[in-house]
Design a protein around this ligand. Structure first.
Ligand code: MG
Length: 184
């Protein structure tokens, strides 16, 4: 029998959640970054919507492939399984490597261009779990070269989804508002 390669959104969510947990990342810790970021612009942000947004993003097929691949690259780097010089470049989390940021931008773009600026903000300021991952990756044994960007990007995408929901709520105050069953 062939090994399964097609997964339902529920299965992808569970695999993503479990892989992230194995690497010390909880949904709550990602949602906290989204909450802090959006709270700067809006007083009506709820932690519940931030958690729901992270959970929703963890069901997306593109994100599934990126999370699974990114974590696998980090784990193989920890085991020293790449050839030189890319092994040492990824192990050192070289600032000019940039492939991790490209992947982060792809993740963050899921809810529009604002996702990219939100990702840039998180990438520079490294709040919460992003800083913890980044710091832990500096000891030479643990590698979070891809994970810190992926986690920051999920937080940025979730934060952008929250902004989209709040914008929709504002629009809904118009007496002529019609809902076309948006699936944000
Ligand atoms: Mg990185």
């Amino acid at each position: 029998m062939k090994t399964k390669i097609y997964f339902s959104r529920e299965e992808m969510f569970q695999l993503n959640r479990d892989r992230l947990l194995e690497r010390g990342v909880t949904i709550q810790s990602i949602a906290e970054i989204s909450f802090k970021q959006q709270s700067r612009y809006n007083d009506n942000v709820s932690m519940r919507t931030c958690i729901e947004s992270v959970e929703k993003i963890l069901t997306l097929r593109d994100i599934f492939h990126i999370i699974q691949l990114g974590i696998e690259i980090d784990c193989l780097t920890e085991k020293g399984l790449f050839r030189s010089p890319i092994q040492e470049i990824m192990q050192a989390d070289l600032g000019m490597f940039g492939v991790d940021e490209v992947i982060g931008l792809a993740v963050a773009s899921n809810y529009g261009t604002i996702g990219q600026t939100n990702f840039g903000d998180i990438d520079v300021n490294k709040p919460g779990i992003v800083k913890e991952l980044n710091d832990a990756g500096k000891d030479g044994k643990i590698c979070h070269t891809f994970l810190d960007d992926i986690v920051g990007a999920i937080a940025a995408a979730a934060s952008t989804r929250v902004a989209q929901i709040l914008s929709e709520n504002e629009a809904a105050k118009d007496p002529h508002y019609t809902n076309i069953k948006l699936d944000l």
